[in-house]
Design a protein around this ligand. Structure first.
Ligand code: MEV
Length: 479
């Protein structure tokens, strides 16, 4: 093979099904979130012929071999003279879909290593085919989640993939592991047999679950936690009817609800593995205690993290300013800490640059950013580092990202919560028609958008705007 890159490292997250398991195998939608446990695949060029595989933390190499074979078959080439290694943050007791994460990370790494640079759709198709070649069944929701990240509405084979904005400040999902290992493939086959025998009944259950998923999408986007809780409970009733719950799951679900969860259900194929409960911040520790007291293990993960991406180029040691809700400084913590702990509120800024036609400049974040790679965002965005004011940081970021320093006007200031981080954001506006010299380490593309053009673009599910940019543009009344 010509044209090889020497090393490429891709990390991919695990996943957690929120709504719609089993029905998704039969063409109904599901809602799935990525989780903060990640698995990294690195491919190095090597002198030796063949592919040497070193996989500490991945007990089952079948998914790696299958991904390589599928890639070779689809693109009629032989992967040779390289070494592939993995490193995993997944817990050994419960993996949150390590087989899909390793499949996605391997496929994307191969795509970049060979400079094939496959599209997301090509990657989904190749990953789904690869997983099917190993286990014979599966809707592909897990590889889609690992590839796209965030929270998505998904239909079999990637027929529909819609990024959902999870708008639930003050609420989160608690995840409880039953300690019982469930075999997804045999449960899916068992459900298929049941459907053969009782087609009408089982199809009615799937139809009802499909309806619940669509209602849950609306509730999620409207931030209606109460409704979402009720829908979790409904979904669980149908899964119980389908015969895929278990005594232990039922116990953990019931104690969670008694301890104040708004709703709870099993997550995944059932018969064991995990349950999820939607809780308010006030009830979270009571629900966690109830799960632990009943013999479950609380899995501490964040939902809605980035999908598969090149291992970051951002400096994880950079010190951010940590503040309280009133923006009073309380200390300094690293970027890595601030990006994984919601209680560490840190200062950030955005600059929205207008041109003389009233259009705004958006930037497409590079695939190597540690948060929201490949998303579109406002003209300039960043964090306030130790020793800087918001305005100093705005000027530094403008220089670093676009090669310009413009006078800025403060437009807005607000607290913004992601599922796994919290920021106080100041939005500045500025005026310029360019030219700009975007920093290619951070930005893939910049472009001016009119109001109409952007509203149209937002209807296209492949156009992804960061949640924070969306909020900024709403606040300055551009959206
Ligand atoms: C298993 O985690 C979820 C199922 O819906 C199977 C699948 O969609 O591949 C039961």
């Amino acid at each position: 093979m010509d044209n090889l890159q020497k090393t490429i490292s891709i990390s991919a997250p695990g996943k957690l099904l929120l709504f719609g398991e089993h029905a998704v195998v039969y063409g109904y939608p599901c809602i799935v979130s990525s989780v903060s446990d990640r698995l990294t695949v690195t491919i190095y060029e090597s002198e030796k012929s063949g592919v040497e595989i070193q996989t500490p933390g991945v007990s089952d190499q079948r998914f790696i071999h299958a991904a390589i074979q599928e890639f070779e078959k689809r693109f009629s080439l032989k992967i040779d003279h390289c070494m592939l290694s993995t490193s995993s943050e997944f817990s050994s007791s419960f993996g949150f879909g390590s087989s899909s994460a390793v499949t996605v990370a391997t496929m994307k790494a191969l795509s970049l290593f060979t400079r094939k640079n496959l599209s997301q759709k090509e990657l989904i198709d190749a990953c789904h085919a690869s997983v099917l070649s190993v286990q014979g069944v599966g809707s592909g929701f897990d590889v889609a989640s690992s590839l796209y990240g965030g929270t998505i509405l998904y239909e079999f084979g990637g027929k529909r993939i819609e990024l959902l904005l999870m708008n639930l400040p003050g609420y989160s999902f608690v995840v409880g592991y039953t300690g019982e290992k469930a075999d997804t493939v045999s449960i899916v086959k068992e459900v298929a047999e049941k459907r053969e025998k009782y087609t009408e009944k089982v199809d009615r259950i799937f139809q009802a679950i499909g309806d619940i998923v669509l209602q849950a999408k609306t509730a999620l986007e409207d931030g209606d936690a109460t409704r979402l809780g009720i829908l979790l409970n409904y979904n669980q009733e149908y899964l119980r009817d389908l015969g895929v719950s278990s005594e232990k799951l039922e116990i953990l679900i019931s104690v969670s609800k008694k301890a104040g969860a708004l709703g709870a259900k099993l997550s995944g194929a059932g018969r064991g593995d995990c349950m999820i409960a939607l809780v308010s911040n006030e009830k979270k520790s009571a629900v966690e205690d109830a799960i632990e007291k009943s013999g479950g293990t609380v899995m501490r993960v964040f939902l809605g993290v980035d999908g598969a991406k090149i291992a970051s180029t951002d400096n994880q040691e950079e010190l951010f300013i940590v503040v309280d809700k009133n923006d009073e400084v309380i200390g300094y913590r690293s970027r890595a800490d601030c990006h994984s702990d919601k209680t560490l509120i840190h200062r950030s800024l955005d600059v929205v640059i207008f041109n003389d036609n009233g259009e705004i400049l958006l930037q497409k974040r590079s695939m190597t950013k540690d948060t929201r790679p490949g998303y579109w965002g406002v003209s300039v965005g960043g964090h306030v580092s130790k020793g800087e004011t918001y305005e100093d940081a705005a000027k530094r970021e403008m220089k670093e990202e676009l090669g310009v320093v413009l006078p800025v006007t403060t437009a807005e200031k607000f607290l913004f919560e992601y599922p796994h981080e919290t920021e106080i954001d100041v939005v500045f506006t500025a005026n310029s028609n360019g030219p700009f010299t975007p920093n290619t380490d951070e930005i893939d593309e910049v472009k001016f958008f009119s109001k109409n053009e952007l509203s149209r673009k937002l209807l296209d599910p492949t156009f992804k705007l960061t949640e924070l940019s969306y909020e900024c543009l709403k606040r300055i009344k551009f959206l």
